[in-house]
Design a protein around this ligand. Structure first.
Ligand SMILES: CC(C)(COP(=O)(O)OP(=O)(O)OC[C@H]1O[C@@H](n2cnc3c(N)ncnc32)[C@H](O)[C@@H]1OP(=O)(O)O)[C@@H](O)C(=O)NCCC(=O)NCCS
Length: 238
């Protein structure tokens, strides 16, 4: 089993999108250091965590989205432990206890949403607000302006457009409520269901990294990176 890869602290342009949507439980980066506080008369304050700035639950035609709680570990484990799901995820703990420890980490709970249909947990989403890369002099303007997204749906519920509906709402929250300027997500190029989802939602493929990531099968796999800018949203519905 692989351990969760840690995001590099290197803020160079080539490393700024170093995580992928299956890497849903690493520790969020601290906001980058903006200035020498000894010379700053009015230090900037970090905005409250993203979930605190939104109203919950969020509802769509068929689904309810809400922040994850500790007692969501077991229902999400039921589908995350399945081979067809786990093969695309960064980590697949061997037991519910190990999974629970990972799931209950504060940084993970603070970036995980639960998707419910008729009060049943059918999936989970990641919404991780982060800084864009910026040159030092303008770094303060790049704080918390984008988000990395991720998704997992119970295989018992695939093929009905539920994830399209859930992620469409996630995009609405990102752009309309959180006022972000860009969202990003990555997947293995072999994960067709995931990149088809992104394309269905109008996200733009902007990266094809060849044999970039090591899968637990031992193979180095290609990775696709997708993004959407606030100004690129299509049809006014995503
Ligand atoms: C990626 C994943 C969420 C996609 O699930 P999905 O069921 O394909 O996505 P949706 O729920 O949006 O359903 C879309 C499918 O339902 C069909 N569909 C039926 N009704 C629909 C509707 N009202 N709206 C949209 N699609 C609809 C679509 O045609 C599509 O089927 P197709 O791919 O055969 O064309 C799912 O495969 C998954 O959880 N995989 C494992 C975890 C994973 O890979 N996570 C991402 C890691 S990067």
């Amino acid at each position: 089993m692989t351990t969760e890869p840690r995001r590099s602290r290197d803020r160079s342009p080539t490393s700024r999108s170093s995580t992928a949507c299956w890497q849903a439980c690493e520790t969020s980066e601290l906001p980058s250091c903006q200035s020498d506080r000894s010379t700053s008369r009015t230090p900037t304050r970090s905005p409250p965590p993203a979930f605190h700035r939104l109203e919950w639950p969020a509802r769509t035609e068929r689904l309810t989205l809400r922040p994850a709680r500790e007692d969501d570990a077991e229902p999400t484990w039921r589908f995350r432990r399945q081979e067809s799901v786990g093969r695309w995820l960064a980590a697949v703990p061997h037991s519910l206890e190990d999974y629970r420890a990972m799931f209950e980490e504060p940084d993970r709970l603070a970036t995980t949403l639960i998707v419910e249909r008729d009060a049943e947990v059918i999936g989970d989403l990641m919404l991780k607000v982060e800084d864009a890369w910026a040159q030092t002099e303008v770094a303060v303007r790049a704080r918390g302006v984008q988000a990395e997204l991720g998704w997992v749906l119970d295989p018992a519920h695939t093929g009905h457009g539920y994830e399209t509906e859930a992620v469409r709402e996630l995009l609405r929250l990102c752009f309309d409520e959180l006022d972000l300027r860009r969202v990003v997500a990555k997947c293995f190029s072999d994960n067709e269901a995931s990149w088809r989802l992104m394309e269905r939602l109008g996200m733009r493929r902007e990266l094809h990294a060849v044999r970039e990531s090591l899968h637990r099968s031992g193979e180095w796999l290609d990775v696709y990176g997708y993004a959407m800018l606030a100004c690129e949203r299509k049809g006014g519905t995503t």
